[in-house]
Unconditional design. Structure first.
Lengths: 58, 178
């Protein structure tokens, strides 16, 4: 289950999402790709009230 | 797979003989006597529809390649350090490495990694730099990904070295599953 989603930046550009999971040391770095199922899961997760994608900027 | 004492409490017959229920399953290991038991099977082919086709045996390498279209495990520390590849410092606090995939993946894959203190180690210039995890750069293709660490990296820009897993639990994989 997704715990947090944070935007990753490289060279000043948003490049991927960093996803952490509840009670897990596993993280996924998810590309901006609509047919990637992790990307789809992020979009669904973000629709739930209280879930926010963290954007710390470049 | 399972038999009660009515069918297993007798004596195993070693010659053809008349049926005795208690002798039918003597010595049988009861698969159902614990939820921890496991049953391994192979050579099973499931097909949709009512017509069975010829059984398909695939070489291990073909099967592996088909699996790697969806998930590619590059390194796994479960049996010790495993090599990931060559990397470099893009700047003094920005480590990068490129991993090429053995086959084209289904879509642009997610990077799947352990995040833990010193999970990975980058050896360079006679020393090393421990790294906790990575994130994916945006220039991902179906056959390769650039990995970046900007949270722990500390070195000299332009300096190169090699990266490998460094602690129990560390792994690095690419996920493009359906």
């Amino acid at each position: 289950m997704i715990e947090t989603v944070t935007k990753n930046y490289a060279d000043g550009v948003f490049v991927s999402y960093q996803v952490t999971y509840v009670n897990s040391n596993r993280v996924k770095s998810v590309p901006i790709a609509e047919d990637n199922t992790d990307h789809q899961a992020i979009q669904e997760w973000a629709k739930v009230e209280g879930n926010n994608i963290i954007d710390n900027g470049a | 797979m399972g038999a009660g004492s009515d069918y297993s409490s007798g004596t195993l017959s070693t010659t053809w003989t008349a049926n005795t229920n208690a002798n039918r399953a003597v010595g049988q290991v009861n698969l159902a006597d614990s939820t921890a038991n496991e049953w391994y099977i192979t050579g099973v082919q499931l097909e949709a529809g009512e017509v069975a086709s010829d059984f398909e045996f695939l070489p291990v390498d073909v099967n592996l390649q088909r699996c790697q279209r969806y998930y590619f495990l590059k390194a796994d520390h479960s049996t010790g350090s495993e090599n990931i590849g060559v990397g470099l410092y893009y700047s003094s606090s920005d480590f990068r490495t490129v991993v090429n995939f053995p086959v084209s993946m289904r879509t642009r894959a997610s990077l799947d990694v352990e995040t833990a203190s010193n999970a990975y180690q980058f050896r360079r210039n006679g020393g090393f730099d421990n790294l906790d995890d990575f994130f994916a750069d945006g220039n991902i293709s179906l056959t390769s990904m650039t990995l970046i660490n900007q949270s722990d990296a500390s070195g000299t820009a332009g300096q190169a070295g090699y990266l490998f897993t460094n602690s129990s639990g560390a792994f690095l994989a690419f996920d493009a599953e359906l």
